[in-house]
Design a protein around this ligand. Structure first.
Ligand code: G3I
Length: 663
């Protein structure tokens, strides 16, 4: 009965958590417990819950069920007749839901922790029934659909007689009917919750457990909506499960009731020692084994989990160390023993995912990793503190996940684990990412250039894109000194860099300046400075350029650029611009290099432009007076050549140069 129900509840209440089943050694208890369809839980003390991160971190890591130690009790929730206080209860429910944990509600009707406005008031029977109904409808109704099981009535049986206690407020004000009424009201408020009767010394044989059995079988027979019996199990070390516990579980199963161990602790006479802790471990592992063996056992809940916070030392003088974690939140032998039982027989989890990478976007982070063999899904976990603890933020059936709704500027740390039917791997290596608003920034490497007159220098402009910014960025430059030109390659890019080349002419202004490189894209403009110093040193890379007027007659002109180089030229481009004074037009062009040079020309009303370009991949060795000639026709008037210009751009020794001039 429990297996099927727990599975459904896990799917409904904590589907994220179902995926967290894992079987690696030393996995948290909740992982293997979920894989086996069992709830493992603990009572929560709200003071450390609010004040010690390790307290809530341990809860979320280890357990798949929570119950409040006091926060759901009558006096806590209902301090005055018309006042309810849900602050703590709401916080616990929100925490459990956020972490894929089920919740037990404890407790609606008990003779302890009921407020004095109720016990000291002079209410009639009907008024007390109305108060009980109002309390249950309000509290259970508020959390309808969120509470797995309610301890509707707590500790109502007298251990000496096996009958209902007669010394309680509820019995005395209402009579024995209060029990069935409470179940009815709770069922009305949340028909989906499993309604429990909860008591101590109800787990074995004897007057008390027989009394509990008789009470609940009477309720079942009269059709009351009871679904389970809680065995508190506040025990003294050493304690072992016996056949009587199994017999008792099975007679309750025969009534159609599930059971849960609801408040287990095993108090040790202090000081404890290694042997006592080993004995205690047997008590806890017995309880797990028992719950796994009895199909109607739904949950194993301890009353607290760390010895730092336990009701035991304050109540039982000379006793303590009753829980599975010590005062420093370190697991005790009891914890390890439970873990061993829970993990027994589980198959192999997939290997740990490798190659996790995070790419920050605006308000989101995209994660990718290498698929793990045999994984059916992956859990994605996040923290703001490097190293964890991590919270599961989603799962994916592929090796990729996008975590959205994030705050820009906050660095997050991610890990992933791989899941299959047998369990969950350990976490991957951590990666970090900081979501940023979409945009980009620019940087220059080197940040400043020094070039000689007649030479060029190059800086790489880096484009750092943030927040998933992918737009093309177009570049311009400002602040060029006289005689300096600059160009970008490429001029627009969707990539991560462009090159800016600044060239100083032979007559460029000497001195320091700051160029402003601007990039514009996606509606944004960013700039980066590039320092530029032009020196007075003339630098031509061993290349001499000589303009030569080979012919200057009334009917024909030939204007040559002659290039002499003392080293290899790996790039060469010559542009000659002849003014179209009266009657002048293109006549011809030639060079003395040959086929490596591509020639072309264009004419406008104002000028004829001649282009000579060394083909890509070609090299010209050292040579004197290579001729690049521009020919024009005249109409009877000698052409004045002083307005005609040329530009020779070339690369030698890996450096670029430019030599402009005029005839
Ligand atoms: O809330 C008051 C606080 O205002 C006051 O300052 C403080 C001073 O002592 O007391 C606080 O109330 C205490 C309350 O816990 C909340 O901390 C009570 O004194 C104290 O008696 C009470 O003890 C709880 C006890 O139930 C009450 O019967 C224990 O923490 C809690 O562990 C225990 O739990 C019960 C289960 O509900 C039912 N089964 C037995 C189990 C152990 O006794």
């Amino acid at each position: 009965m429990r297996r099927a129900r727990a599975g459904l509840i896990i799917v409904a209440v904590c589907s994220v958590f179902l995926l967290a089943a894992r079987a690696v050694v030393a996995a948290p208890l909740r992982t293997s417990a979920t894989a086996k369809g069992l709830f493992v839980g603990a009572a929560v003390n709200m003071t450390p819950f609010r004040n010690e991160a390790i307290y809530s971190d341990t809860l979320r890591r280890e357990l798949n069920l929570l119950v409040a130690e006091n926060a759901f009790k009558f006096d806590a929730l209902h301090p005055a007749q018309t006042t309810f206080n849900f602050t703590d209860a709401d916080a616990l429910v929100a925490f459990a839901q956020a972490n894929g944990m089920a919740i037990r509600g404890h407790t609606l009707v008990w003779s302890n922790q009921i407020p004095s406005w109720l016990t000291s008031g002079s209410f009639t029977r009907d008024q007390v029934i109305a108060i009980l109904r109002d309390h249950i409808m309000t509290v259970v109704g508020r959390y309808r659909g969120k509470i797995l099981a309610w301890d509707v009535v707590n500790e109502a049986i007298d251990g000496n007689t096996g009958q209902l206690r007669t010394d309680t407020f509820w019995f005395q004000k209402i009579g024995p009917e209060y029990v069935a009424m409470a179940f009815q009201f709770a069922h009305e408020a949340d028909p989906g919750a499993i309604l429990y009767y909860n008591d101590f010394e109800a787990e074995g044989s004897g007057t008390k457990s027989d009394g509990v059995f008789n009470l609940v079988s009477g309720l079942v027979n009269q059709g009351a909506p009871i679904g389970g019996v809680g065995w508190q199990m506040h025990k003294v070390n050493p304690f072992r499960i016996t056949a009587a516990n199994h017999t008792n579980a099975q007679r309750l199963a025969a009534l159609g009731l599930e059971i849960s161990i609801t408040e287990m602790d095993v108090r040790i006479p202090l000081p404890s020692d290694a042997q006592k802790l080993q004995d205690q471990a047997l008590a806890y592992s017995d309880a797990v084994t028992f719950c796994l063996d009895e199909p109607n056992c739904a949950a194993l809940v301890s009353w607290g989990f760390t010895d730092k916070f336990s009701w035991v030392p304050g109540t039982f003088n000379g006793f303590g160390d009753a829980l599975m974690f010590d005062m420093s939140y370190q697991p005790k032998p009891a914890y390890t023993a439970m873990q061993t039982v829970l993990e027994a027989g589980l198959g192999n989890a997939p290997p740990v995912p490798t190659g996790l990478q995070a790419t920050a976007g605006s308000g989101q982070v995209q994660l990718t990793w290498n698929a793990s063999a045999g994984a059916t899904s992956y859990n994605v976990k996040r923290t703001t503190t490097s190293g964890g603890p991590y919270t599961t933020v989603g799962s994916s059936t592929t090796a990729a996940f996008t975590n959205t709704g994030l705050t820009n500027g906050t660095t997050l740390f991610f890990v992933v684990s791989a899941v299959n039917a047998s369990g969950e791997s350990a976490n991957s290596t951590q990666v970090s990412a900081t979501p940023q608003a979409a945009g980009f920034s620019l940087s220059a490497t080197p940040a400043s250039l020094t070039i000689n007159r007649g030479a060029c220098g190059t800086s790489t402009i880096g484009i750092t894109r943030t927040g998933g910014f992918t737009a093309g960025v177009a570049f311009t430059v400002g602040g060029l000194p006289s005689g300096v030109t600059a160009s970008f390659n490429p001029g627009t890019t969707t990539g991560a860099t462009t090159l800016v080349t600044a060239c100083a002419s032979a007559t460029a202004a000497v001195g320091a300046a700051t160029l402003t490189v601007s990039g514009t894209g996606g509606g944004l403009t960013q700039t980066t400075p590039v320092g530029l110093t032009v020196t007075s040193t003339a630098d031509t890379g061993g290349v001499t350029v000589t303009p030569t007027l080979a012919a200057n007659g009334p009917w024909f002109n030939e204007q040559q650029v002659r290039v002499t180089s003392t080293a290899n030229l790996t790039a060469l481009s010559i542009t000659i611009v002849i003014q179209r004074t009266a009657g002048v037009s293109f006549s011809g062009q030639y060079n003395t290099v040959g086929g490596q040079i591509a020639q072309s020309n264009t004419s406008t009303a104002g000028a004829v432009t001649y282009q000579f370009t060394l083909a890509a991949g070609q090299t010209l060795g050292p040579a004197s007076d290579r001729v690049f000639a521009a020919q024009t026709s005249g109409s009877g008037t000698a052409h004045p050549t002083s307005g005609d210009t040329y530009t020779v751009t070339y690369t030698t020794g890996g450096q670029s140069f430019v030599q402009p001039g005029h005839f």
